[in-house]
Design a binder for this molecule. Sequence first.
Ligand SMILES: Cc1cc2nc3c(=O)[nH]c(=O)nc-3n(C[C@H](O)[C@H](O)[C@H](O)COP(=O)(O)O)c2cc1C
Length: 164
Amino acid sequence: MTNVLIVYYSLTGNTKEVAETIAAKFDAFVEPIIDSQKRSGFFGYLRSGYEGMTGKRAMIKKPEKHPEQFDLVIVGTPVWAGGMASPVRSYLANHPPHPAKLAVFCTSGGPQNKKVLQEMVKLAGQSSVAGLGLSSTDLESAAFKDKVDEFVIQIKAGMVDLAA
Ligand SMILES: Cc1cc2nc3c(=O)[nH]c(=O)nc-3n(C[C@H](O)[C@H](O)[C@H](O)COP(=O)(O)O)c2cc1C
C-alpha cells in the first residue's frame, strides 16, 4: 500500500510530530493544513479555543493534494476546547476523502479525546478504519511509539481489501 496521504494541522508541533511518525511507517505524502488566522498570544489562544468549542471553521489555504485520489487519507488534529481545531474542520468539510478510506488521530493535553475522533468521522461523512488519540502524557513517554504501531496495525487490517 503506497497511496497514502497524511493531512494534519498543528499549532505547537505535537500533531506534526505524530503525523511525521506515522508517515515514516508508510510511503506517504504529508500535507499540513495552512490557515491564515493569527493564533499566537493570549487572544490567539482564546480565539482558537472558542472556534474549537463552538464548531467554527477557519479559512484555509487550498490543499495541494486531492484526498479522493488516494487509497487512504489519515487526518490529524489537536484538541481545542474539547473540539477539533477549526482548520481541520474546514478541511474535512470541504475535502472529504471518500472514496479513499479514512483514519483519524488527535493530540490533546488530557486524555478525553474520543469525542474529537467521533466528530472528525461524522464531519467527513464516512467511517474510519482506525482512530488514535494521544495525550501529552502519551507523547512524553514510550507509549507514544507503541500506540502509533497499534494504529498502523489497525489501519493495515482495515485496508486488507485493497492489499488483496
Ligand atoms: C486553544 C487551545 C485549546 C486547547 N484545548 C484543549 C482541551 O480542551 N483539551 C485538551 O486535552 N487539550 C487542549 N489543548 C492542548 C492541545 O490539544 C495539545 O497541546 C495538542 O497536542 C496541541 O497540538 P499541536 O502542538 O499540534 O498544536 C488546547 C490547546 C490550545 C492551543
